[in-house]
Ligand binder design. Structure first.
Ligand code: CA
Length: 218
C-alpha cells in the first residue's frame, strides 16, 4: 500500500512516516506542493496525506489540479487550525477527509483505514489474462480456477503488469511501485519476484526487455 505524504513540517513528517511504516504502508514523503502534484500525476499511490500550508503551491491548489485532471486518488487533508473555512475549502476542492492538527496518530491510522476501505469498495473489474484472474478489490488471484496465494510484493508486481499488457514497464517504475523511493532494495529483488511469478503461473507470462524492464504481451 503506497502512500504519498506531503508535509513541510520536518518533525511531523518524520513522526507520521515512522508511525505508518509498521502498519505495512510504503510511505513516500515530499515537502512542497509542486513536487507533490508532479509525483501524483506521474506515479501511482493508493492514498495521499496532504498538508494545506505548503511552499511552492499550497495544498488546496494541488488538490484542485488533481481533481481537474480527474485523478481519483483518495486525499486526506491536514489543516493547521480548526478553521471551518479551511475544512470546507478542502472538502469543496475534492478532499475525501480531513484531520485538524494536532491529531492523535491512532486517529490518523483509523481514518486511513476507512479511506482505503472505501476506495477498494469502488467497483474495479477483475483483470483477466490467459487463465489468470486478479481481483484488485478482494486481492484474490486465481489461475485456471485455483486460488494462488501471492506475497504482497508479487501481488503488486503482477497487478502493475496486468493493468497494462503490451507496455514495457521500466525497472525503475516497477521498483517504485513495489518499494517506494527510499526503501533499500537489493539489486536483484525485482528479478527474484519475476522468477517466482513465472514459476507460479507460466514461464512466458513475463517477458524481459533487456536493459529496460519487463512486459506481458498483449
Ligand atoms: Ca505546513
Amino acid at each position: 500500500m503506497r502512500i504519498l505524504l506531503i508535509e513541510d513540517d520536518q518533525a511531523l513528517g518524520e513522526g507520521i512516516r515512522t508511525a505508518l511504516k509498521p502498519e505495512g504502508y510504503t510511505v513516500d514523503w515530499l515537502q512542497d506542493g509542486a513536487s507533490a502534484l508532479h509525483a501524483l500525476s506521474h506515479e501511482s499511490f493508493e492514498l495521499a496525506i496532504l498538508d494545506l500550508g505548503l511552499p511552492r503551491m499550497d495544498g488546496l491548489q494541488v488538490l484542485k489540479h488533481l481533481r481537474a485532471a480527474a485523478n481519483p486518488v483518495p486525499v486526506l487533508v491536514l489543516t493547521a487550525r480548526d478553521a471551518t473555512s479551511d475544512r470546507i475549502a478542502g472538502l469543496d476542492a475534492g478532499a475525501d477527509d480531513y484531520l485538524v492538527k494536532p491529531f492523535d496518530v491512532a486517529e490518523l491510522k483509523a481514518r486511513l483505514r476507512a479511506l482505503l476501505r472505501r476506495s477498494f469498495q469502488r467497483p474495479q473489474p477483475a483483470l483477466q489474462y490467459r487463465g489468470i484472474s486478479l481481483d484488485p478489490a478482494s486481492q484474490v488471484v486465481e489461475y485456471q480456477g485455483q486460488v494462488i496465494n501471492l506475497p504482497r510484493k508479487e501481488f503488486l508486481l503482477l497487478h502493475e503488469l496486468l493493468i497494462q499488457p503490451g507496455r514495457v514497464l521500466t525497472r525503475d517504475k516497477l521498483q517504485q511501485a513495489l518499494y517506494g523511493w527510499d526503501e533499500e532494495v537489493e539489486s536483484n529483488a525485482l528479478e527474484v519476484h519475476v522468477h517466482h511469478l513465472r514459476k507460479k503461473f507460466f514461464p512466458e507470462l513475463i517477458r524481459t526487455v533487456r536493459g529496460v524492464g519487463y512486459l506481458v504481451d498483449k
